[in-house]
Design a protein around this ligand. Structure first.
Ligand code: PEP
Ligand code: MG
Length: 315
């Protein structure tokens, strides 16, 4: 995705006509937060908190969690940091939270589902996030992974409220949540589309299987439809939706996602400059046209080829 117009990201994502698109970083530990700051990320769109839990036999204490979260929140000063609560299970097993004998772990007790059996783990994590945010005067947003139902969204928002965390959102990575977005966002204050899992579940294609790479792409029109449905449902409640899966780092796909209604893109810091450069060359109306063109194609290859051809002069 090398972009001809080379420049550094100036820390303010926008289309050619000034439509705002927040360009954020995905970070997994305090070190990554420093790299994100150096790349001028506007904030963090996905702080994966598993680093604090993985490789341990027991749950980290609240004090240990506070120290770990402060390392990331502190790096971003008062800028927005979206903290994702623990996403244990499937590819991230944890002895004290998940079972290791599930026949089909990607469809098992993972993400927010673990909170039904271990509500106290979520509760202590929210306590630690709230304390870390207070200590760093951070603009902290919190979201749950693997939300599938309205009920789950509502109980997560309620749990956050008990800790004074008012910006509580839902990741959209289960197709059911995308299709029922209007109901989910009655409760969740914002959405973040996890395209890695959303694609895996929509296409019934294991994200870890290289052999299925042709199916496992967000360029699949079916996945783009789910992105559109998510944005439309959330817009009915004035809730912003971003993308934080790998797809957010695809500079060719970025205008399509913006045209579908996505308001922020969160990615690996090294992709920020390319994504910003492409967005700066297209108007919002053009993004909407590109989204319509991609959706009208019969398959992923055709959608990608069409958008590439349309953007040929800037790629
Ligand atoms: C995703 O599923 O797109 C996502 C961002 O979460 P993870 O990759 O951590 O499952
Ligand atoms: Mg995911």
């Amino acid at each position: 995705n090398a972009v001809r117009v080379e420049r550094e990201f100036d820390g303010h994502g926008r289309t050619a006509d000034g439509h705002r698109v927040e360009l954020l970083a995905n970070v997994a530990d305090p070190e990554a937060a420093q790299a994100a700051v150096a790349a001028h990320a506007e904030g963090v769109g996905l702080f994966r908190t598993e680093f604090c839990f993985l490789g341990r036999d027991t749950e980290p204490s609240v004090a240990e969690q506070v120290a770990a979260y402060r390392g990331v929140l502190g790096a971003f000063g008062g800028r927005k940091v979206v903290v994702r609560t623990l996403d244990a299970g499937a590819d991230k097993p944890l002895p004290f939270v998940t079972a290791d004998d599930e026949p089909n772990p990607a469809l098992g007790v993972r993400g927010l589902r673990t909170a039904a059996a271990h509500p106290e783990v979520l509760d202590r994590q929210l306590e630690a996030i709230a304390a870390a945010a207070a200590a760093e005067s951070a603009d902290v947003w919190v979201m749950a992974p693997m939300v599938a139902t309205t009920h789950e969204a509502r109980s997560f928002v309620d749990a956050c409220a008990r800790h004074g965390l008012s910006r509580a959102g839902a990741m959209v990575e289960v197709p059911a949540a995308a299709l029922r977005s209007r109901w989910i966002f009655e409760h969740a204050a914002f959405g973040s589309i996890g395209t890695n899992d959303l694609t895996q579940y929509a296409m019934a294609a294991d994200r870890m299987l290289g052999d299925l790479a042709a199916l496992s792409t967000t360029w699949q029109p079916a996945v783009l439809e789910l992105v559109r449905a998510t944005c439309e449902g959330a817009a009915q409640h004035g809730r912003p939706v971003g993308v934080c899966g790998e797809a957010a780092a695809d500079a060719v796909l970025a205008p399509v996602l913006v045209g579908l209604g996505v308001r922020s893109l969160s990615m690996t810091p090294r992709a920020l400059a390319d994504v910003a450069a492409v967005l700066a060359e297209v108007s919002f109306a053009r993004c909407r046209e590109l989204a319509a063109l991609a959706l009208a194609e019969p398959d992923a290859d055709a959608a990608r080829a069409t958008v590439r051809r349309e953007l040929a002069d800037i790629l």
